[in-house]
Design a protein around this ligand. Sequence first.
Ligand code: CP
Length: 345
Amino acid sequence: MTTETRADVVPAPFAAPSTDDGGWQRRHLLDLDDFTVEELDLVMRTTDTMKEVLSREVPRVPALRGTTIFTLFYENSTRTRSSFELAGKILGADVINISASGSSVSKGESLVDTVKTLQAVGADVLIMRHNRSGGPYLAARTGQCSVVNAGDGTHAHPTQALLDLYTMRGALGDVRGRKVVIVGDLLHSRVARSNAWALTTMGAEVVVCAPPTLVPARLGEALEGHLPRVRVETDLDKAVVDADVVMALRIQNERMQGGYVPGVREYSRLYQVNGERVARAKPGALVMHPGPMNEGVEISHEVAHGLQSRVEEQVTNGVAVRMAVLWLLTRNSTKAAKAAAKGAL
Ligand code: CP
């Protein structure tokens, strides 16, 4: 016989994050290039609230009840898609997953028509990963629903950078003045770009490191005006000295048709994040990787799973960060959020 009562299964009231909203007006999350310190701080504080929800015995709140979320992925994903789906469900939204390969996209339907169709079905939020840079921007111009960029081509992956920032702040406190080394395929990395924006806005010093062939042409020039706290270094042994964080990026085999490196073995010899290189960083420096990892290529097995690794924590924090993003983007525009504002929760 069960002793469970209704009180055990009804979620506790959702303590909506502070009304001090840092001037948040956004309906879409496309990149972090125009985020202010106040907006990034608000996402971090809202994530703290979501962590509290996740720590409950029954981590479910009806904050987004009545909200319909579509995930539309034109590229594969494990972490981003599953954590967005879980984030939406924990907040009480209906979440529907669409893969381009299993949808009418495979019959030739355009991106614009696909977005219009999902909106006609009832989408309030569209979470999109696209293989082309700019895909989510086109979607945001097309429909009335909120659009979240879950990674577009080689351009941006804003929620990855937000969860990386949250993970760093959890371990280091303020990232101001901290040295963060990001090493890997800078040419194709949307993660590196979004991290550079978020981290420099919050006052960190970012060193990006790659073989010269994987550094975008004129990156140094481009950074000079816009991201003065980003420095390019092609020697990883030098780059990691005194680092607070060492983040390895995946060597993207699917984008490496141009023969950018002589071979995987040569790349690993010069650019693998391994025990020797981590030892040159500050004692206890954080080791991070957005995943998926090619262990033994850009990161050694021992470091990926060692005491300094934050890789699993990054994935875990992804759920709370994405809950925060969904809440912030929808709270002023959806039926459920309006109900919440009137104290209906
Ligand atoms: N980091 C990241 O975007 O992982 P997935 O491709 O598994 O979503």
